[in-house]
Design a binder for this molecule. Structure first.
Ligand code: SAM
Length: 279
């Protein structure tokens, strides 16, 4: 029989039995609401043949929901106490536990290859974890992550929005992202001080023409001084404002525009324009 989902009493009992005191440093806020688990699993758009990658299984709340929804689950947990205890909570045979830092995993460590990222992420490293995994694991076709609500807003923002910035553009390089709902603090133990948000994403083919690191360098430079015109903001990156202007004009973009108005395709055009015009 499948293991049942964990409610508030089970989470506290499990933590006490394992001697686990949640630490802020590792973003340990554990879900103790079966309805939220069911909601996350449903919103993830999983197929029965998917291989889920869960970052930070913690006490196993979401893992228990995932093992019955997909063919296999890889759970990557940095905290050795939690990684060691997970197989006694989640007894399904289709679970592989990796005691590892999600920022340092490599594709070769996962067999079968992960197809979907589904995670209640440690909030302090949520953005780099998502971007690193999309870069490292080309088999990921999409995912659903829970992050701090403000971060969810940033990850799903489009050009012109006040919160559009580096995370929005970099995620847009890899995937189409959309907000998939808000989650209140009360479903976690311990309760965080902030609301949480769900972000669903589907991988797409990145813009063609130039490699990712060249495009990301332009994005970083453009938003490092987001109030400046691109001509000024990109001067350091291009080796002078005149050279920045040349690259912008080669891409068909006004030197007076600001980074917050550009799409990922336009950032790509700037990097490609710079390469072509010898900037
Ligand atoms: N999935 C569980 C849940 O929903 O109850 C726990 C989520 S908790 C917000 C984040 C989890 O990520 C914790 O178990 C923490 O130890 C783990 N974690 C933190 N940093 C990590 C990292 N760099 N790599 C892997 N796991 C990490």
């Amino acid at each position: 029989m499948a293991d049942a989902l964990l409610g508030p009493a089970e989470i506290r009992e499990l933590a006490a039995r394992l001697g686990v005191t949640p630490t802020k440093k590792l973003g340990q806020n554990f879900l103790h609401d079966p309805n939220t688990i069911r909601r996350i699993v449903a919103a993830a758009g999983l197929r029965p043949d998917d291989v889920a990658l869960e970052v930070g299984p913690g006490l196993g709340s979401l893992t228990l929901g995932l093992v019955t929804a997909v063919a296999h689950v890889h759970a990557v947990e940095i905290d050795p106490r939690l990684a060691e205890a997970l197989p006694s909570t989640v007894t399904s045979a289709n679970l592989t536990v990796h005691r590892a830092d999600a920022m340092r995993v490599r594709a070769a460590e996962f067999e079968p290859a992960p197809t979907m990222l589904v995670a209640n992420l440690p909030y302090n490293v949520a953005v780099p974890v998502v971007l690193t995994l999309l870069a490292e694991l080309p088999t990921l076709r999409g995912g659903l992550v829970m992050v701090q609500k403000e971060v969810a807003d940033r990850l799903t923002a489009g050009p012109g929005s006040k919160v559009y910035g580096v995370p929005s553009v970099k995620l847009a390089w890899y995937a189409d992202a959309r907000p998939a709902g808000k989650v209140p603090p009360a479903v976690f133990w311990p309760m965080p001080n902030v609301d949480s948000g769900l972000v669903a994403f589907t991988r797409h083919t990145p813009p063609a023409g130039i490699d990712r690191s060249a495009v990301f360098a332009v994005v970083d430079a453009a938003f490092a001084q987001r109030r400046k015109t691109l001509r000024a903001a990109l001067a350091g990156w291009a080796g002078g404002a005149d050279r920045a202007e040349k690259a912008l004009l080669a891409a068909g973009i006004s030197p007076q525009a600001r980074g917050e108005s550009l799409t990922v395709e336009q950032f790509t055009a700037i990097a490609a324009g710079a390469a072509l015009s010898g900037v």
